[in-house]
Design a protein around this ligand. Sequence first.
Ligand code: SF4
Length: 472
Amino acid sequence: MCGIFGIYSFEKINVAKKIYYGLFALQHRGQEGAGIATSDGRNIHHYKNIGLVTDVFRDDILQNLFGYIGIGHVRYSTTGGKAVENCQPFVVKSSFGNIAIAHNGDLVNSNELRMDLEKKGHIFTSSTDSEVIAQLLVRELLKTSDKIEAIKNTLKKLIGAYSLLIMFNDSLIAVRDPWGFKPLCIGRDDENIYISSEDCALTTLDAEFVKDVEPGEIIEIKNGGELSSYKLDFDVPEYMSIDVDVPSIYRGATTCMFEYVYFARPDSTIDGISVYKVRKRIGKILAKEHPVEADVVSPIPDSGVAFALGFSEGSKIPYYEGLIKNRYVGRTFILPSQNERELAVRLKLSPVKSVLEGKRVVLVDDSVVRGTTSRRIVNMVRKAGAKEVHLRIGSPKIISPCYYGIDMATKKELIASNKTEEEIGRKIGVESIGYLSLEGLIKAIGRKDLCLACITGKYPTDINFEKIAKRL
Ligand code: SF4
């Protein structure tokens, strides 16, 4: 996952504090580390550390990050571990000047690229893809001083997911990979141009949404706010034809369906589609696909809320909050180790006995990955007195790992990779379980140019599974 946020202030106002607020609004995309790099036109200043945005930055740190251009990053570790050197933005020094990079996504060929660079004498200080991109860019900049040319030459070598912010001393560049895996959008107000992983951060800063960065688009901001758009000369190969009657927004794009289902904040709009509306539609479709006789529909908060509202509307079963979330605990799915995840579930959710006791309860959640969290929650609901528990899931079965930036699990750990729905239901301990169909998912999102690899096992890029296994 990860969240990236950048500002170019054409009024030359210090941007660090606004980047801090932007990152705060994107905190749901990564909670392990945060960083900001700013440029005053001549020098780059930067600070990064492990922890939540509010833990990493104090006022005195932000005051030292002066400059009118800046980029920030919240980290969720996939490639590379939790160490501070793997936090971003990544800053490299070159004869061309300093460059800072913030990256959301994972490359599937970073191992090959890294080994190749090492053979050529490059020494790496982190284990992240972002450093690989930075080193490749520096090499290209030595061949041509045209920044856009150098970026295009670098990007041609990358396979996989990358939404990028690249900051030079005097300009800010945003890139979305040709597949459009991860979201990226532009906003503005009277003083600044903003680039953000999600538009919810623009709303926080009272900035106006301008447009989504399109798959394969490079946006350059320089000379006091002049915006130029370039297109990557890159053919995305034919991926998968899906026979569902909905439009394709971008030809060849494969935007991560999980952004709509789980990752993005519900108040965000991705490529013109409201995440909240998608989740409500999913709930309604689920109610049709998997009807059940019950007394109460309850979400597994927070991500299950819109699904459960939709399910309640579609089924006419009343909506209640059967579980209350402690809002000071992070999202369990994106905490990396199993131990942390298990403890976090107990800290995070509490059953409401008066809602659940003696009732037939439909619990609605976004997805089931390993099944361990769902089993614990179902147990909790039963202990609170529920007579029956029926689980409804707002995505199809996850059967394959993600190689584009989501540390889901290995295939073996995925509960749905080798079990039928009935077996999964028994393992989790529910009376019935119902997953959204693939067709229902595409209809609810309203576009079919999506990456669906973790639910179909068909990947939109070439993947060398053997090399990836070695790297992991
Ligand atoms: S494999 Fe799944 S989680 Fe990964 S990018 Fe594709 S849809 Fe998203």
